[in-house]
Design a protein around this ligand. Sequence first.
Ligand SMILES: NC(=O)c1ccc[n+]([C@@H]2O[C@H](COP(=O)([O-])OP(=O)(O)OC[C@H]3O[C@@H](n4cnc5c(N)ncnc54)[C@H](OP(=O)(O)O)[C@@H]3O)[C@@H](O)[C@H]2O)c1
Length: 511
Amino acid sequence: MEPCTFILFGATGDLAKRKIYPALFNLFARGLLPEHFSVVGLGRREWTAEVYQAAVERSIYQFSRTKPDDAEALNRFLQAFAYRVLDIGREEDYRGLLAQVESHENALGLPQNRMFYLSVGPEYFETIADHIRGSGLGRVNGWKRLVIEKPFGHDLPSARTLNRKLAESFAEEEIYRIDHYLGKPVVQRLESLQQANPVIQALWTNRYIANVQITASETVGVEERAGYYDHVGALRDMVQNHLLQLLMMTAIRLPYDGGGAEQVRFQKKKAMEALEPLHLDNAALHVVRGQYAEGTIGGLPVAGYTSEPGIPAASANETFIAARLRIDNNDWRGIPFYIRTGKRMKKKSTRIVVEFKAPLKQGRHEGEGGALPNLLVIEIGPEESISLRLNTKEPGAPDAFKPIRVDLHLTPPDSPEAYENLIGDALRGDAAFFAHWDEVERSWQWVQPVLDAFASDRVPLRRYEAGTYGPAESDALLAADGFRWWFDDDEPATSHSKSTEGDRYANHAHP
Ligand SMILES: NC(=O)c1ccc[n+]([C@@H]2O[C@H](COP(=O)([O-])OP(=O)(O)OC[C@H]3O[C@@H](n4cnc5c(N)ncnc54)[C@H](OP(=O)(O)O)[C@@H]3O)[C@@H](O)[C@H]2O)c1
């Protein structure tokens, strides 16, 4: 891998501590960092290199999935970290940074490969990009890359403005927009699941699929993010980025050879182009907007959203969204994609469920003992797995179908984390699992009319009890099409287990 200087804005912050340093350490431990690799950490705090290296070391012991077992190697890793005081708004600080980076590159005869990682608030993205250009930091004889965190804009116009500003300093192929859902090992395997399995690829169309359900539910409330969250809401915080990215990853069809980053991005863009837009007048038909009221989580009473510290009593901010989306192309025409996300829900779970059509549904097996639809379930969190629900019959019960679960893939517990995958990809220049501007812009285009419909109160705000699966209207959204949400607490035991949980599945009563 090519030598590189990793220039980290926000080096003293929370994200760097919890995710970035552990990711870099694990890449180092796996031999996946370049031989000549150095980090320049930036912040306003007056830290020395020693204080910084000690902070990096602490973060590794506290947050890394693997712990150091070789003191000499750990020391070599830490020696790569330098620290520099920099105020984002002060131009002269960038010139000092350039002198430091150049002197290091020249001393070792390294090419000017520079990765700028912006682990700071989004209000700083434009200023930093401007100063990188203005100071000369961005004039390189190697490559330069800009890695940025979410959120990318607050709405469609602000996202476009931000993109225009960044484009003055970085070309699109130099910008790596992080969506950490795309770094999860199981999401990265969605691509190969189709590619390497003609059986799955053949089934991946509206001919065999009845609907797709994408859920990201949380049990937590707003926690200490009240001030931020009340201005953002579930639509911006979760749907515009993570859920629409999962929808794209599910909807794409790749050629047998995969085609690499270009093909993944091209297919995602095509899926988004075919996404049927909503408008002010029909948003309420396809979108359910909810807010949690008081309830019980884990047996303990919890407050409603508007009684949370820092949330105005009259807030109409949404903490829950369910929506029906349609992709108008040959693969998906007629197939609803349902997405759902919320806070203070019954379970913490991120999953994609692909429900297959049920040819037996009209036959003699319908009703008691009847077969349930086949489901492909992709668990993204907290556990990661891919499994298939099939129907079988047990000896002695010739009339009754019993659902079984076949595990296709379980992610080993010590798998790389999302940030490790993504930072490794960015260092190699592989942008497949980063959000391209075309995707971001089209996501905002779908979201914007819904935001407008919320602002003009055309989508009623439904209260739901904390500790449930959201408002009843979310169930009604699917019921109107003859479907139901598939939950993760009503699933059969795996095919390897002797449990009889499957019976519970067959007798499931909709909560
Ligand atoms: N934390 C997470 O888990 C998480 C997850 C996803 C996305 N993000 C995103 O990641 C970014 C960083 O989040 P965070 O949680 O790490 O924030 P944070 O803990 O508040 O850290 C902010 C960092 O920015 C630096 N900073 C702030 N103003 C500065 C200025 N004027 N000049 C120079 N440095 C400045 C701070 O350094 P000094 O205090 O030393 O100046 C600090 O290192 C945000 O965009 C956030 O939305 C965070």
